[in-house]
Design a protein around this ligand. Structure first.
Ligand SMILES: [Zn+2]
Length: 59
């Protein structure tokens, strides 16, 4: 079964990483508006993914 949420979470991580490596304004402590947008998209997906992992672990 394809894990859509995981795929989107990974894609968002790659998108943000690709941006920060090529963007002169984004560092560990500073983000440009586009970097901020990509980061918050990644954070939302990460939260959703990790929350689902926690609920899945109940056996
Ligand atoms: Zn940037």
């Amino acid at each position: 079964m394809p894990d859509d949420l995981y795929q989107r979470y990974q894609a968002a991580a790659r998108a943000h990483q690709a941006h920060t490596t090529s963007c002169p304004h984004c560092t560990d402590t500073t983000r440009c508006p586009e970097g901020t947008r990509l980061w918050s998209a990644f954070e939302r997906l990460q939260d959703a993914y990790l929350a689902r992992q926690r609920t899945k672990r109940t056996r």
